[in-house]
Design a protein around this ligand. Structure first.
Ligand SMILES: CC(C)(COP(=O)(O)OP(=O)(O)OC[C@H]1O[C@@H](n2cnc3c(N)ncnc32)[C@H](O)[C@@H]1OP(=O)(O)O)[C@@H](O)C(=O)NCCC(=O)NCCS
Length: 376
């Protein structure tokens, strides 16, 4: 085997997968062969979850049964709901969510089983329970665990109802449904890879998702969407986009929501979510976030050659939907849980332990001195 080191595993093909195709040449993105443009214009998020987990689109009957199963699996244990509500507001919501999923894993009826069927049951439960975990962790709106999770709404409408103070209109539901579809899957991104590494030791679904949540939290990955909204607020307060960026450039700081390890040109997800950022701004008479975003994008493209990724315009979409900023990255989890679960299932179905090598660069052949003789 060649001795080449690929830092950050850049460009390395680490496995074969039939879940998602990221075409870095054309920028195209397809889930199990279907273009995200078609899925976002036609499908419900739940259909996409079904597609990712089962491998094909559901017919009407299968979809109704799947929706019912999701709705009836939404509740979380009331003692967990109470624990989560007691977590201090200063605690990062991703830390709390990671802990909550770990807790759910201990109590899951299938927790010791890694079979395909058990993994599917766990995937459906986790997808359904995620909004309830966010509701419990929402520091801005207190809910009763017994009533909120059982309403028979779509996933997007359910999330908006339990997390924001506004009654969701059809366009807001469509906007969040679109964001959920776009966030659902992106092949071997860092958190999915973390989930697969964990699953590859034949550890369980919940452990893999805990690994993934810990990985997604970082600002270079899922944490970027919260950082983008902080940036937009700072730019608005400063009142000068160019000055803000010039200052960041001079300190060699990264601009959140720009750049991608695989996509070096347009991110097709950004083009789709951008339209919702624009229209939501117009509908809510708050165009300033979209205006500031387009100014930042113009300078980043022209002067740095960086394109926005999905997190850039998603931040103002979430803001305009009245969703609390500390829950932007947890909202990413509500969607990506489908992709993670599909990958855990694929990993378990064709497992080979993921165990790469590294090139050793440390000291060699040192003479050992007993502790009693170490007088330095
Ligand atoms: C996503 C990301 C981690 C990809 O990183 P990567 O593959 O290591 O980055 P690249 O190899 O493309 O970066 C090369 C150079 O561009 C710079 N760069 C990359 N993204 C940048 C950004 N968003 N703003 C400013 N500079 C950036 C790097 O600092 C590096 O500069 P250097 O060569 O002077 O050290 C990176 O673009 C980033 O940090 N973006 C901001 C966070 C973000 O939006 N994350 C969500 C990703 S979907």
């Amino acid at each position: 085997m060649a001795d080449q080191v690929y830092h950050g595993l850049e460009g390395v093909l680490a496995a074969e997968s039939a879940i998602c195709e990221v075409d870095h040449e054309s920028g195209g993105l397809r889930y199990r062969g279907y273009a995200i443009e078609d899925l976002t214009s036609e499908a419900a998020f739940e259909e996409v979850v079904y597609l990712l987990l089962m491998g094909s689109l559901p017919n009407h009957k299968a979809f109704s049964a799947f929706q019912e199963e999701l709705v009836s699996s939404r509740a979380i244990p009331s003692h967990l709901f109470d624990i989560l509500q007691d977590i201090p507001t200063a605690v990062n919501r991703m830390d709390a969510l990671r802990t909550a999923v770990s807790y759910l894993g201990m109590e899951d009826p299938d927790h010791a089983l890694n079979t395909h069927a058990a993994n599917l049951r766990k995937a459906i439960r986790l997808t359904a329970q995620m909004p309830s975990l966010l509701a419990a962790l929402n520091v801005y709106k207190k809910l009763d665990n017994n009533v909120s999770p059982r309403t028979a709404q779509s996933h997007a409408e359910h999330l908006l109802t339990i997390l924001s103070d506004e009654k969701p209109d059809a366009f807001s539901v469509k906007a969040l449904n679109t964001a959920l579809i776009l966030y659902a899957e992106h092949e071997f991104n860092a958190s999915t890879f973390a989930a697969r590494v964990t699953a590859s030791s034949l550890s369980d679904m919940h452990s893999a998702v805990v690994s993934a949540i810990g990985t997604l939290k970082g600002p270079l990955h899922g944490g970027a969407n919260e950082a983008v909204m902080e940036m937009l607020v700072e730019v608005d307060q400063l009142g000068d986009v160019r000055q803000y960026l010039t200052n960041k450039f001079s300190k060699k700081e990264r601009i959140m929501g720009f750049g991608h390890r695989v996509l070096k040109k347009e991110d097709p997800r950004s083009l789709i979510i951008q339209q919702y950022a624009k229209e939501l701004g117009e509908r809510k008479n708050q165009q300033k976030w979209y205006d500031l975003s387009t100014q930042i994008e113009k300078i980043m493209r022209e002067e740095k050659g960086f394109y926005p990724n999905l997190d850039f315009y998603s931040a103002s979409v979430f803001f305009l939907l009245g969703l609390p900023a500390p829950l932007y990255t947890p909202l990413f989890v509500c969607s990506r849980i489908a992709g993670w679960a599909a990958h855990v299932i694929e990993q378990h179905d064709q497992n080979r332990l993921i165990r790469p090598r590294c090139r050793y660069t440390g000291a060699k052949d040192l003479a050992f001195t007993p502790l009693s003789e170490r007088d330095f």
